[in-house]
Design a protein around this ligand. Sequence first.
Ligand SMILES: [Zn+2]
Length: 472
Amino acid sequence: MKPLESIYSRLPVWLQDAAVTAQGAIYARQRFGDAFREEHALLKSTEMAPPLQLELLQTARLKRMLSHAAANVPFYRSVINPKIPSKLRAGDWSALLDLPITEKLNLRRDPFQFCVGGARQKGWIPWNTSGTTGTPITLFYEASAVSRQYAYVERYREQAGVSRFDRRAQFTGKMIVPGDRSSRYWRYDFANRALMLSSVHLNSDTIPRYLDALRRFQPRYLSGYPSAIALLARHALRSPEQSLRIKAILTSAETLLDEQRDAMEAAFGAKVYDQYGQTEMQSFWFECRYRRMHAHPLFGVTEILRPNGQPCRAGEAGDVVLTGLINRAMPLVRYRVGDRAAWTDEDRCPCGRSMPMIQQIDGRKEDYLYSAERGWVGRMDPALKGVQGLLECQFIQEQPDRLRVLFVPLPSFGRDDKERLEANLHERLGSSIALDFEAMETIPRGANGKFRAVVSKLPAHLQLVTGLREVA
Ligand SMILES: [Zn+2]
């Protein structure tokens, strides 16, 4: 434990509220400065701009970022031909395909190779990654990049009918509630009108207390991990007297499952707006009110690629490769994030935005199961269709011919439910896979409090891997 965390853990609860509020005030100062206002104004004025205008703006940002990386970032000095940026035109980015892909491994091996000047600079804001899929590393942001990022967050909130001035309840993976001693699993950030809820302490026993705290706080919107909010929703659905009326639910950081969305919308009478991004600050994808996922072109360049490096057609799933346009402290060019997605084949969204649209996010490659009959299978939420009486469920695969099914049953869980789940799983993975059901009281969260619906522990050759190409 770091010294500050150790001091925090020994404070009485009310002083922990004060500490969370003080930290919240620091965040607010970092987020809502001049760069925020400038970017926010730009986003507002270009939200409904025609495709060509957005493309021109995006191309200008991309050229600037590539030239900057080629000139100032050690890793890219020998990799990016300085002539390439000048070859890019709105509508013709073929020169981009000549640049190699940056793999996560490159970044992990030596993060400072990606920093401007090869070292941390004054005024940069550090961020430690959770290390869910590898060694934790420290990323650095320019102060103005953090501010600009929040302009996107704010526009995303505004189109959902809420804003930073509204009361918010947020599930966090941060250890704001140390140990198990406390029976209050939330802290108050008075600086941002936020109720911060710990996602790691959430289980069947504690859920009623969370709902109670929410009812007393009366947030205008909820935000955070979909798995956590969906847990509350499933409970609230069974006890309508505990229901909660809110304006919007903003989810992020995990793959949002259809069944989770349905439960949240039914329980809280509010629309769910999903958002996708990374701590590397490479992209900002957000859902509009028509449930289309837009990739904001001014935040980053999104490519979806086949294993041979060629762009995928609409509807064809491939590797997500991103070039961030916001953070100049640590530029990442054509960075393979490890997620899979597909473009939609729709021309235009009913919301009026001309920004490109993502049809589906398949989640991380580690989230795929394997069966001899069906090969790799992603998105396991259809397996839960029609199964009542389940609080939550996790699939762990350690052998190619077996699947562990961890589930938290509700009192109403019966034989029919188990049979239904079994039939759904066989339908999705084939009939020969053996299923081991394990009833649990709670399903442990991973690093950062995140819930993973699927965990593949298969040897590397049975995990879904697409043509990894490393920059030398
Ligand atoms: Zn839209």
